[in-house]
Design a protein around this ligand. Structure first.
Ligand SMILES: Cc1cc2nc3c(=O)[nH]c(=O)nc-3n(C[C@H](O)[C@H](O)[C@H](O)COP(=O)(O)O)c2cc1C
Length: 323
């Protein structure tokens, strides 16, 4: 399938794997890129420029296809060395950067000078327009359904995607709730040029996370996510567990007085314990409502091949047959 996104990134299928903390290692990024999509290494999981350079080199050994690096700008206690991370991305010959969390304007000149394409993840049309105006090449439009940070507007993709299509000139991928061929065809119908998937890619053979994480996603229904940290205006959609329920109790009890320190036990530093050790109740971890559509743990290639084959049959048989 050829779309503006496949052309922009030089990939075969319009399927992107979004950056995911403690999931987006070289193994997953390379598997997605080898299967014809765009795999993305999560920069902040590596933390330092040296470690990210090493991860980029590892990914390069596993694939000769294009892959990207996600750089997330989030309020963190100790700010990462963003300049150093950007430099190793450039030196490592990476061709795509996915930015998220805040305005990437400061970094665009150096990335563009190096010929790198920038796709910025946005949860609102106004942010997507801003990304377009500062020179981003594409945006990833992340609906309220998404795993991770859906923003504070709560607009689901059935509204957000056509709104983005009405306003944007640069191409965009639909993100949040994407799982299969129906998602892809629906997203294309609403004006997107492809899809970005997070949660779906965690439940794959190659995702380098503990088996407990994959099993939890397969077991979960669309009713099992919760929104945490809303009172801090840093909303995150996570899979429910006892730690999340405890966190929500604290939010309810403290109301407007809630501070980050009150919930630090449930949110800070929990990712390695969950993703690497499989300690599923260690704290809150991002997961999309799309868990309700995930019932298997295929290889990345089987997943992408099935999406593309079924998309073809939906478009050329079911939909064509309606006209
Ligand atoms: C476990 C997990 C960790 C994530 N970490 C990040 C991150 O570090 N940076 C980022 O920009 N997005 C992150 N995301 C968001 C994804 O890149 C993607 O936008 C989102 O998962 C799309 O929604 P979906 O899960 O419904 O597919 C994360 C998502 C998950 C599920």
């Amino acid at each position: 399938m050829k779309t503006k996104i496949t052309e922009l990134f030089g990939i075969e299928h319009p399927i992107v794997q979004g950056g995911m903390h403690y999931v987006g290692f070289a193994e997953l990024a390379a598997a997605v890129s080898n299967a014809g999509g765009l795999g993305i290494i999560t920069g902040l999981t590596q933390g330092t420029p040296e470690k990210l350079a090493n991860e980029i080199a590892r990914c390069r050994e596993m694939t000769d296809k294009p892959f990207g690096v996600n750089i997330t700008f989030l309020p963190t206690v100790n700010s990462p060395d963003y300049a150093g991370l950007m430099q190793v991305i450039i030196d490592g010959g990476v061709t795509v950067v996915e930015t998220a969390g805040n305005n990437p304007a400061k970094w665009l000149p150096m990335l563009k000078d190096a010929g790198i394409k920038v796709i910025h993840k946005c949860t609102a049309v106004r942010h997507a327009l801003k990304a377009q105006s500062i020179g981003c090449d594409a945006v990833s439009v992340d609906g309220f359904e998404c795993g991770g940070h859906p923003g504070e507007d709560d607009i689901p993709n059935f509204i957000l995607l056509p709104r983005a299509a009405d306003e944007l000139e640069i191409p965009f991928v639909a993100s949040g709730g994407m799982a299969d061929a129906r998602s892809l065809v629906g997203a294309l119908a609403m004006g997107a040029e492809g899809i970005n998937m997070g949660t779906r890619f965690i439940a794959t053979q190659e995702a380098p996370v503990h088996e407990n994480v994959k099993a939890a996603i397969v077991a979960a229904s669309e009713l099992d996510t919760r929104l945490v940290m809303r009172p801090l205006r840093n909303t995150e959609r996570v899979l429910t567990n006892p730690a999340v329920e405890r966190l929500l109790e604290k939010e309810k009890a403290l109301g407007a007085d809630l501070k980050f320190e009150d919930i630090i036990e449930e949110v800070a530093g929990v990712y390695p314990r969950i993703m690497s050790n499989g300690d599923m109740d260690a704290g809150a971890w991002s997961c999309g409502m799309v868990a309700g559509l995930i019932n298997d743990i295929p290889t990345v290639k089987d997943l992408i091949d099935e999406i593309m084959t079924e998309a073809d049959s939906i478009i050329n048989q079911r939909l064509t047959g309606l006209c």
